[in-house]
Design a protein around this ligand. Structure first.
Ligand code: FEO
Length: 165
């Protein structure tokens, strides 16, 4: 079963969104690194690598289905942030946008009766629940932490415990 044109187009767009996510989180990681939050920098770098994996998952799937991957330019990510609270609120907001994009892609696959794409996307739907939950928890935690330097240091240490590849 060949990929329908509009499904292929939406999949290529999703590859770009995942790679942009990777770029955005790397930019956020660089900000944290230079602001003296190595733990947050590590968490975001691991997240950046995961986003690259997400993009590649779709990239390989397009090829498996005999489609053509067409890479587009990746937008410049934001490089400056007010503080950690603002930064992680933007992580959450971004993940909510990605969830909406995955849902729209899934609906496109339903309309095309494209069952393999629907099955592949189910992994992403589950993943987005997890990603939004993680971002929510961090945003909530930061509300409790406030501006106290000692609490921020402990928060940073906690995020630095995230295990990467
Ligand atoms: Fe791959 Fe965080 O969405």
């Amino acid at each position: 079963m060949k990929l329908e044109k509009n499904v292929l187009k939406a999949m290529n767009e999703q590859v770009n969104k995942e790679l942009f996510s990777s770029y955005l989180y790397l930019s956020m990681s660089a900000y944290c690194e230079s602001e003296g939050f190595p733990g947050c920098a590590k968490w975001l770098k691991v997240q950046s690598e995961e986003e690259n994996d997400h993009g590649m998952k779709i990239y390989h799937f397009i090829h498996e289905r005999g489609g053509r991957v067409e890479l587009e330019a990746i937008d410049k990510p934001k490089t400056d942030f007010k503080n950690l609270s603002q930064l992680f609120a933007q992580v959450l907001e971004h993940e909510q946008k990605i969830s909406a994009s995955i849902t729209a892609l899934y609906e496109t696959a339903i309309k095309a009766n494209d069952y393999p794409t629907q099955i592949m996307l189910q992994w992403f739907i589950t993943e987005q629940v997890e990603e939004e939950k993680n971002a929510h928890e961090i945003v909530d935690l930061l509300k409790k932490v406030g501006d106290s330097p000692v609490s921020l240091m402990m928060f940073d240490r906690q995020l630095g415990a995230r295990v990467g590849k």
